[in-house]
Design a protein around this ligand. Structure first.
Ligand SMILES: [Fe+2]
Ligand SMILES: [Fe+2]
Length: 215
């Protein structure tokens, strides 16, 4: 399947971006994680600071929704390997929520979720896959991996942008916390690529096409 090939390329790009990110963080921060105290935004309520806070609320919502969705995807998946990957990432996502709460605390804002239409769409697509693919098939697993990678890529784009904005605003501890989340999203994306390429895509490709849902 072509999808995992492009995901792999995306992951490589992310890895090199990560190196640039660390360099940039060190240059900007001087001493990374110098303090554990709160980090007030410079101007309080500038448009970009408001946008940053809104994005954090968006991701707080996203993590909650993904925890629910990963549970459904775990139950629906065919292989134990994929079930385990979804279960592990649901646990990681709970940690992401806690880290976001810490970020809200550091910038002196209340942790709030704001409905995110983008993740709603991606999750709806995953639910449709569960409805439309046969239970116990490798086709379902291959399609669920793609759905999960769409969610991961959404998170990677969002957290990557948040890290860069935090660095620009001099919010060093905030940038570190968000970068920790970003690293786990990137690892999950790579793990899903590995699972797909090791066996699932190949087995899906060989699966008999005589399913009623194919017409
Ligand atoms: Fe996450
Ligand atoms: Fe994630």
């Amino acid at each position: 399947m072509a999808v995992t090939k492009s995901s792999k390329a995306g992951t490589k790009k992310s890895a090199s971006k990560k190196a640039a990110r660390s360099k940039s963080a060190k240059t900007k921060n001087g001493n990374k994680s110098a303090s554990n105290g709160s980090e007030k935004m410079n101007r309080g309520n500038s448009p970009i600071e408001k946008f940053f806070t809104d994005m954090l609320k968006d991701m707080y919502y996203t993590e909650e929704k993904l925890i629910e969705a990963l549970g459904k995807m775990e139950s629906a998946a065919t292989t134990e390997e994929l079930k385990e990957a979804f279960n592990d990432h649901a646990h990681q996502s709970k940690k992401h929520q806690r880290r976001l709460e810490k970020v809200f605390e550091l910038i002196g804002k209340k942790a709030e979720a704001k409905k995110c239409d983008a993740i709603e769409g991606i999750i709806n697509e995953a639910e449709k896959i569960i409805e439309e693919t046969p239970e116990g098939s490798m086709t379902r697993d291959a399609a669920l991996i793609i759905a999960a990678q769409k969610a991961e890529h959404y998170e990677i784009a969002s957290y990557g942008s948040l890290v860069q904005l935090a660095i620009t605003m001099g919010l060093n501890n905030v940038a570190d916390l968000l970068d920790d989340i970003l690293t786990e999203e990137e690892r999950t994306d790579q793990l899903l690529t590995d699972i797909a390429e090791t066996s699932i895509n190949m087995q899906a490709e060989n699966e008999e096409a005589a399913y009623s849902w194919m017409d």
